[in-house]
Design a protein around this ligand. Structure first.
Ligand code: 5GP
Ligand code: MN
Length: 344
């Protein structure tokens, strides 16, 4: 057992006041890993508060424990969040590796006196945490939470440590971050973790349905519009991209969660190895990038769009207009042409 885990076990042997937080606009891995870890710590007798920096997509409302999650940017929750952070002895930072990913909550966490701990699988982490459970080889933060709990409880059987709710939360994170077990990040460890969690007896198919077959009709109609009217393919760069303006989002009454996953459709086009989605929202442009094989969208996002993420899934932001941002994207493509064309 490594020293970090030994120290953590010693620290957690007395009751602590713990905050768990995750990246803004949290996805199923950010929330699932946080709620799974929260559930474990609560069972160990700690006082645990889960805080999301921003609102989250409605198809995650069913995650067990979601009713207790505070949202920092919601006026009604903010004072309570600040008080809890002031009193905290430990702040766990899950599924992100840079405090800027917490939006306004970043400064509050940075200035807090509590010990900080990171559980994450993104590249190039900042060093703000005393304890780092960090592994870019892990497909999901939820997989790291699973492995951490197993390591902390070496003498117990899975069903003595994990209950159905915890397993559902962790499974949701692993399932979504692996694209339902089809991305290149799927390893034997992923399947072994999931097989072990399944011993608790939860229904894997129900979790898939709750996340992917649970959209309002408006999302499918919006998707139809985007695919038929907004998808552009540039064959010479093996790139597909979509641009959505604030007016279009308003027209389809599209909320944050409804654009989630749309970027992936670009990769379904034959020969395409990079897909990009530009969304104009609240005075900034949010970008999502996806790629296959060796082409790194993380490099592109961090070099040109103040972003980051993983090799095959990254994001970024721009304060320029959506038109200028897309022009910038198109203008950098030639410098990546060689790498785009050489993807297998
Ligand atoms: P998505 O496109 O789903 O928003 O994000 C894909 C991946 O890129 C996620 O792993 C996410 O954490 C990362 N990512 C998205 N936006 C940003 C960003 O603005 N900055 C950084 N560093 N990473 C991002
Ligand atoms: Mn993740």
């Amino acid at each position: 057992m490594n020293q970090t885990i030994e120290e953590l076990i010693t620290f957690l042997s007395t009751p602590q006041k713990i905050i768990i937080t995750m990246h803004r606009d949290p996805d199923a891995d950010a929330l699932g890993s946080s709620l799974g870890w929260a559930s474990y710590l609560i069972r160990k007798g700690h006082d645990v508060t889960v805080i999301s920096p921003t609102e989250y997509a409605a198809n995650l409302n069913w995650l067990p424990g979601m009713e207790y999650v505070l949202v920092y940017e919601k006026a009604a929750d903010q004072r309570n969040c600040k008080r809890k952070i002031d009193e905290a002895t430990l702040i766990c930072c899950l599924d992100f590796s840079a405090l800027s990913r917490l939006k306004d909550l970043g400064k509050v966490v940075q200035e807090a006196n509590a010990i900080k701990m990171m559980i994450d699988h993104h590249l190039e982490p900042e060093h703000f945490a005393k304890w780092m459970i960090w592994d870019t080889y892990a497909a999901a933060t939820a997989q790291l939470v699973y492995a951490l709990i197993k390591e902390m409880e070496p003498d117990k059987q899975t069903i003595e440590i994990f209950d159905i709710s915890m397993a559902e939360c962790l499974y949701a994170g692993i399932m979504t971050d692996t694209g339902s077990f089809r991305h290149a990040n799927v390893t034997p460890e992923v399947h072994l973790a999931v097989a072990d969690l399944m011993l608790t007896g939860f229904d894997t198919s129900r979790i898939h349905r709750l996340i992917y077959d649970n959209a309002p009709l408006s999302r499918l109609q919006f998707l139809g519009y985007v695919l038929s009217q907004k998808l552009t393919v540039i064959p010479e760069f093996r790139t597909a991209y979509m641009v959505l303006t604030e007016a279009e989002l308003l027209k389809f009454n599209s909320s944050t969660g409804e654009t989630e996953g749309i970027v992936n459709y670009g990769l379904q086009v034959e020969n395409v190895v990079m897909s990009a989605l530009f969304i104009e929202r609240k005075g900034e442009v949010k970008m999502s990038f996806r790629s296959v094989g060796l082409f790194s969208v993380r490099d592109l996002a961090s070099s040109h769009f103040s972003g980051g993420g993983h090799k095959n899934a990254a994001g970024g932001r721009s304060e320029q207009s959506v038109k200028e941002t897309v022009e910038r994207f198109l203008s950098v493509l030639p410098s990546y042409q060689q790498s785009l064309l050489s993807v297998d």
